[in-house]
Design a protein around this ligand. Structure first.
Ligand SMILES: Nc1nc2c(ncn2[C@@H]2O[C@H](COP(=O)(O)OP(=O)(O)OP(=O)(O)O)[C@@H](O)[C@H]2O)c(=O)[nH]1
Ligand SMILES: [Mg+2]
Length: 1007
């Protein structure tokens, strides 16, 4: 445990005012783990010579091999700052996007964060993401600009150029904070105005109109990073040095007799030293003078590098060592690698651990200072307002007796995940009985640990305000849970995840008898990883869903080595698709204008199996007992609407919950913010759904699907049927519902129609993938309220024969349900034969569900169908020489370059591109190989995109025959994707394997 004993740490844990819980956040490879090494070395846990090389917190084998962090790890450090002693609970997080969920959990546990930025690469996509995450969790960040040595050795900048470069980086980081801040202020302002409006409605009197944005009054200076505020450290973690300007202010105030306060204000900025007047003056840039920062700080470092590394000037080195008053061992002086000498000097002169740790102790809050705003945010979930929570619960806020619970990271014992938890006030001991909310199960913690990087120390009790590990929760916690000693504590808001799990594989044990072990292992993996999802598909396969390729690999390794401990085999990645419809195309595949005739031909060809009436895309279907009829039409939603629905799925889900409780007759106290979000969504939909086709569409929305919050809409166009609007919680548009007899009957079956729609949107007819961007309009819906009760023998027979007939058909199209086919072929006899209400077809509501589902599917097929592919975006940094190859790889994989720009101050290009997920496997590796490791992209899921080619396309016009030939067997990407999915799911695939076999066989012989 280095030179801090366990007793010492236990003693320090009792003083929350001197505890700092912090995490290190950055873009991948910006040097988090290296910096953590330096901090760990300061506690003597590892040797300072190995700091930066060992990467102590990367304890997993695959982390060391790949050189990237994949799991967060926590360690407790001791630091003496002046006369105060501090306990620092440090979490090193991964930077790779695949693991961004680890960042979310780390941020939730901490009160502060060290944001690391590479001095050469500057602000990268993940830097923005982590700053945003820190902001959303209300934790305070400090900044470390790392890898300054690269400015000297790689970019060969002069100290003056480096200063300008550093200024720019700082500006970029502050710009991000600025945007986050502005949007928050504007939001608050809008909220306040709303409340004021309400008040002023009641108080009629003089009105004052204020149109300022509110930004002027708010002091935001403490939010920004600036060296004079003391929240920025400049460092080179690999060489072991780092400084804040406080250190230099201290040095020069002693050496030159300038007041430290003056130096603090002037060391960073446009100031220079007028040696004659012995004054510090403003306007260095205008007068062409060296700024103080360059003269007093950077020049020293530059000349040290010059003497030690570049010129290897022994005498000068000795002089410097003497003047700094430090001791360097003779062994280091003679070492063949100048870097060793450099670290030996720097780590004594400007030890990075001291600069960073003292900044952390001074600038980051202790657990006692948890912002009340943060506590409120954590406790108000979904639509509930904080003030609407029970009084007992609200009281908890001041006590903040909350545990923030998350499974993550850390080494484990016996392969079980250790939950990493922060206790906020009352503390806990190993015998405590802990409740879980909302299902409120009671569990007891078996053991608690202190997390020490690669090791765990058993503890008896942990006082409030610390980060600790809890063992023995695997039976009662599924993925994450809120642990509390009182049932009054509400479950905390869910974590904000940046990554979407998108890559799925099916796994199975090598030996089928080991299935139970695999199942258990997968359950543990599901607990241990916040982003991995484990599920069993209808086909019985065990499926693992991960954020990306690297994440997938880690999950499989974990499963094999830690959780299941058996040999497993994984399928190829299963790529998700979406199904949609588009407007009928205006031109054919050879860009000839399509006449009306061809369009009709297309529709016919697609709907050759539709047994119901199809007229102009309108599908009419009757239930088997012929009591109910629905007419449905499918229309493509505008792209913007689909996007809006996608991005607002949370709002829609909340809306659905509210409607559900309204239906049940309960009333909810809905927060103003939620109502605003719902109203905002409605207004946006209103503005996007314009035109004759969509008149009054928003008011007529019946449901969203699949799962009640997806990107598809069901519209109610039935004239005779008015139902409560989905927007009823907003209070407006709530029309009085007609209470006619017909409407009442329809209302009884309202749910069946919605269920049918939800089923249809969950798996489409193309390859049973979910639908997206489709609007189904119910144009007509009749239900006969009563039916003649007599039972006719002959009909029974008849319907049986239809069933038999239907069974034959199933082979051809597995997805058409037997009942519907039977019903439809019996359609012609509908008028002649009345039939019983409780009949062989089962309850009416069930039939209606099936009929509605089929109607939706046929309506979908009556439109031009398209597949949608999941797309990744990636940002690739590459030098000019390898740019061509990067484009080559992108082109081969159907990637599209969005834009390309030069990174300021470097010779790097930044290329932003999108790439289909289906083509992405091995992409990062291929790019790295083709560019000799110079470019390494990170793929982030961004959106769904319609594949323009029609999978069902066959040549219909003369020109198309000419161009593509009769078989048109040139590659149809969409068809390939579709058939691959169908084959995987065991669905019927229409394929001709060999045609004209004889001809092919004799072809070569004749020649
Ligand atoms: N030149 C230079 N290289 C550095 C410095 N700090 C770290 N590196 C190098 O940068 C690479 C990445 O360092 P890590 O500490 O693993 O980076 P990380 O941020 O932890 O990376 P992830 O955890 O994978 O996101 C390693 O090869 C380090 O040697 C530095 O100050 N100067
Ligand atoms: Mg790391």
């Amino acid at each position: 445990m280095g030179h801090t004993s366990l007793e010492k740490i236990i003693a320090l844990q009792k003083n929350p005012a001197n505890i700092r819980n912090l995490c290190i956040l950055a873009h991948v490879d910006h040097g988090k783990t290296t910096l953590a090494d330096c901090l760990v070395a300061s506690n003597g846990i590892i040797s300072s010579r190995l700091a930066g090389k060992l990467r102590y917190l990367d304890s997993r084998e695959d982390e060391q091999v790949r050189g990237i962090t994949m799991k967060s790890s926590a360690i407790s450090l001791h630091y003496r700052n002046g006369d105060q002693e501090y306990l620092l609970n440090l979490i090193d997080s991964p930077g790779h996007v695949d693991f961004s969920s680890e960042v979310s959990t780390a941020v939730r546990l901490c009160d502060g964060a060290i944001v690391v930025v590479d001095a050469v690469e500057g602000v990268c996509p993940q830097t923005q993401a982590v700053l945003r995450q820190a902001w959303l969790e209300n934790i305070r960040p400090v900044l470390v600009i790392n890898k300054i040595d690269r400015l000297i050795m790689e970019l060969k900048l002069t100290s003056q150029e480096a200063y300008t470069h550093l200024q720019k980086i700082l500006e970029q980081v502050n710009a991000i904070t600025g945007t986050l801040f502005t949007s928050k202020v504007l939001e608050e302002r809008a909220e306040k105005e709303k409340e004021e409006e309400k008040e002023s409605e009641t108080l009629s009197g003089d009105q004052v109109f204020d149109w300022s944005a509110g930004l002027e009054e708010v002091d935001d200076s403490h939010l920004y990073f600036s060296p004079e505020q003391g929240n920025v450290v400049f460092a080179s973690a690999i060489d072991g040095w780092g400084f804040s300007i406080q250190q230099f202010a201290h040095i020069y105030s002693q050496r030159m007799g300038i007041k430290a306060e003056v130096l603090l204000k002037t060391l960073w900025g446009d100031f220079y030293l007028n040696a004659k007047a012995k004054k510090i003056m403003k306007g260095a840039q205008a007068k062409g003078k060296k700024p103080l920062f360059v003269q007093f700080v950077l020049d020293n470092i530059w000349s040290l590098y010059d003497a030690v590394v570049t010129r290897r000037d022994k005498e000068k080195v000795e002089k410097v060592v003497a003047s700094l008053g430090i001791k360097v061992m003779a062994r280091d002086l003679r070492h063949s690698d100048p870097k060793v000498l450099l670290s030996a000097i720097c780590s004594q002169w400007l030890p990075v651990s001291q600069a960073v740790l003292s900044m952390v102790c001074e600038k980051l809050p202790s657990p006692l200072d948890m912002a009340s705003e943060r506590a409120e945010k954590l406790m108000s979930v979904g639509a509930r307002r904080f003030d609407s929570l029970p009084a007992q619960t609200q009281k908890l806020k001041t006590v903040v007796s909350l545990l923030v619970p998350l499974q993550i990271c850390s080494p484990n014992r016996n392969g079980l995940p250790i939950s990493q938890v922060k206790i906020v006030p009352e503390g806990c001991s190993a015998s405590d009985c802990v409740f879980e909310v909302p299902h409120l199960s009671c569990c007891s913690m078996e053991s608690i640990y202190l997390l020490m990087g690669r090791e765990l120390e058993d503890l008896e009790e942990v006082p409030a305000g610390n980060v600790l590990g809890i063992g023995g929760l695997e039976e009662c916690v599924l993925k994450s849970a809120t642990l509390s000693t009182t049932p009054a504590c509400p479950p905390f808001t869910p974590l904000n995840f940046e990554a979407t799990p998108i890559v799925r594989v099916a796994v199975e044990p090598k030996h089928p008898s080991e299935m139970p072990k695999l199942v258990r292992g997968m359950r543990l993996l599901n607990q241990a990883d916040p982003c991995a999802e484990v599920l069993i598909q209808e086909t019985g396969e065990h499926v693992l869903v991960t954020a990306g390729e690297v994440h997938l690999q880690r999950c499989l390794d974990d499963l094999r080595d830690r959780f299941a401990k058996i040999e497993i085999s994984a399928s190829k990645p299963i790529i998700p698709f979406r199904e949609t419809v588009v407007r009928p195309p205006k031109v054919d595949m050879v860009n000839e204008e399509l006449g009306k005739q061809q369009k009709v031909a297309i529709i016919h060809q697609v709907s050759h199996q539709v047994i119901s009436q199809v007229m102009d895309g309108l599908v009419t279907l009757t239930t088997p007992n012929r009591l109910a009829t629905v007419c449905v039409r499918a229309i493509p939603l505008p792209q913007e609407v689909t996007q809006l629905l996608e991005s607002n799925s949370e709002v829609i889900r909340t809306l659905e919950q509210i409607n559900m409780s309204l239906r049940e007759g309960k009333s909810l106290d809905i927060s103003l913010r939620t109502l605003e979000a719902i109203a905002g969504l409605k207004d946006q939909l209103d503005s996007l759904l314009q035109g004759r086709k969509w008149r009054n569409a928003v008011e007529r929305i019946w449901a969203f699907g699949p799962r009640r919050y997806g990107p598809n809409i069901l519209l109610n166009n039935v004239d005779s049927y008015q139902r409560p609007s989905v927007w009823q919680c907003l209070g407006r548009g709530d029309k009085t519902v007609e209470a006619g007899a017909q409407a009442a009957v329809l209302r009884d079956f309202d749910n069946s129609i919605i269920s049918g729609f939800l089923l249809a949107t969950l798996s489409g007819p193309m390859c049973e993938e979910p639908l997206m961007g489709v609007c189904f309009c119910v144009e007509r819906w009749d239900v006969q309220s009563s039916a003649p009760a007599q039972h006719q023998e002959s009909f029974e027979e008849d319907s049986m024969s239809h069933k038999a007939l239907a069974d034959n058909k199933v082979e051809r199209s597995s997805e058409t349900s037997a009942q519907e086919e039977g019903m439809a072929s019996g359609l012609g006899q509908a008028e002649r034969r009345p039939e019983p209400a409780s009949d062989c077809y089962g309850p009416v509501s069930g039939q209606l569900i099936a009929a509605m589902k089929e109607a939706c599917r046929h309506a979908f097929q009556a439109q031009p169908q398209r597949l949608m592919a999941a797309m990744y975006t990636c940002e690739i940094m590459a030098t000019a020489e390898v740019l061509g190859r990067v484009y080559g790889v992108l082109g081969k994989r159907e990637g599209r370059v969005l834009h390309e720009e030069m990174k300021e101050g470097t010779d790097m290009f930044i290329i932003k591109a999108v790439l289909p997920v289906a083509e992405s496997f091995g992409f990062a590796d291929e790019i790295r190989k083709r560019t000799s490791g110079l470019a390494s992209p990170q793929l982030v899921f961004s959106h769904w995109e319609v594949i323009s080619s029609d999978p069902y396309w066959v040549p219909t016009t003369e020109e198309e025959y000419l161009h593509f030939g009769e078989k048109a067997d040139s590659a149809n990407q969409a068809l390939k994707y579709m058939n691959a999915v169908r084959r995987r799911k065991g669905l019927y695939v229409e394929e001709k394997i060999v045609e004209h076999a004889e001809k092919q066989r004799t072809l070569s012989k004749n020649k």
